[in-house]
Ligand binder design. Sequence first.
Ligand SMILES: Cc1cc2nc3c(=O)[nH]c(=O)nc-3n(C[C@H](O)[C@H](O)[C@H](O)COP(=O)(O)OP(=O)(O)OC[C@H]3O[C@@H](n4cnc5c(N)ncnc54)[C@H](O)[C@@H]3O)c2cc1C
Length: 389
Amino acid sequence: MTNREVLISGAGVAGPALAFWLVRAGWRVTVVERAPELRAEGYKVDVRGAATTVLARMGLHEAARERDTGMRRITYVKRDGRPIASLPADLLMGRRGDDLEIMRGDLGRILFDATVGDVDYRFGDAIAGLADGPDGVEVTFESGARAVFAFVVGADGLHSATRRRVLGETPLNHLGAYISIFSAPNDLGIDREEIMYTEPGRLIFAYAMGAGEQALVGMTFAAGPLDHDRRDVAGQKDLVRAAFAGRGWRSDAFLAAMDTSADFYFDSISQVELPSWSAGRVTLLGDAAYCPSPASGQGTSVALTGAYVLGRHLGTPGGLAAYEAEMRPYVEKNMAFGRKMARDMVPGSRLAIAVRNYGMRTLRFHPRKEQVIDKVLAPMHEAANAIVI
Ligand SMILES: Cc1cc2nc3c(=O)[nH]c(=O)nc-3n(C[C@H](O)[C@H](O)[C@H](O)COP(=O)(O)OP(=O)(O)OC[C@H]3O[C@@H](n4cnc5c(N)ncnc54)[C@H](O)[C@@H]3O)c2cc1C
């Protein structure tokens, strides 16, 4: 086949990262993104282990490091805002090597800027139909445009429409909670400190890159699968309001900020587990194929690594099978870690919160605190490095 055109659906993290590698492999790349512009929303995300090597090979690790959140402390607060425990971020995060933490929007912008000169980005459009035939994949876009591509890659996130088109309905593995993220006035003067408040079934976290910067607030609540319309932002805000109205710390102030916030992200904490990621000349990447959930803190790293591996294999004989074979053990380790973290993310009882608070209060006096944290975080580092690239 002489067609050297690839279509990627989704300009999140995985899509632009794959575009980067495909351009270098000689493909002409189109990225179609449903949103009218690059989506800047999102909280801090981590890039760890193998994914830091990917960023370095892209020549982007330095740019990402310059936008590192530089988090200094993590402080747990009581209902009235008084601190329970405040610990250096370096201790609790257990960073290793070139690991970094960056606002999702900053990473998305770095990946976009690195590719926009070579890639045809089409915002405000989406795939309307796909037909995999002998000459390639015929694609019809919602805009009415049509084209034939050698391969189509669905990097369109947790609720991937590409996945639904090629594999049918595949239920998400709901991990029992929902997450919302939005920006809010930094009334607390947060300066590179993460503040966390927990009550049974509810978690609030807030972060700002400096006292003069907007704060980003996360409100997470435990709930079974909710029947809601993913395009109905007002309805999603109602769900967050119902979970937090009249609750502790700054719940009501944050809810008021949510109502006027220019950005708002809401989703379930879920995983995507598929027996296969490809069908014919269509394949899936990142959250669309193997979302380990925000609870894992590994979604971005797995997506970056997946983009690198797929970029090397796409178009080679047996390439899609090789992509899957190389990635699957790493993906499974990160999935298992995500399930474990989801169980602990939103403590369900006062006792669980009291035990956690006791641990945090006493940790800084522990003579071997670094080793204690190392042991707790060992499965995360193992998962982050469970692939040789
Ligand atoms: C706005 C936003 C905020 C997020 N915030 C956080 C966070 O705070 N913490 C966290 O752990 N994870 C967050 N995530 C998820 C995180 O980005 C991913 O887990 C990880 O980075 C893997 O990225 P991805 O590119 O596979 O998926 P995503 O980052 O979800 O990107 C998917 C992209 O596909 C686009 N898209 C969706 N449907 C279509 C369609 N039909 N056609 C074309 N394009 C489509 C979306 O608009 C999005 O730009 C967020 C995702 C988004 C979209």
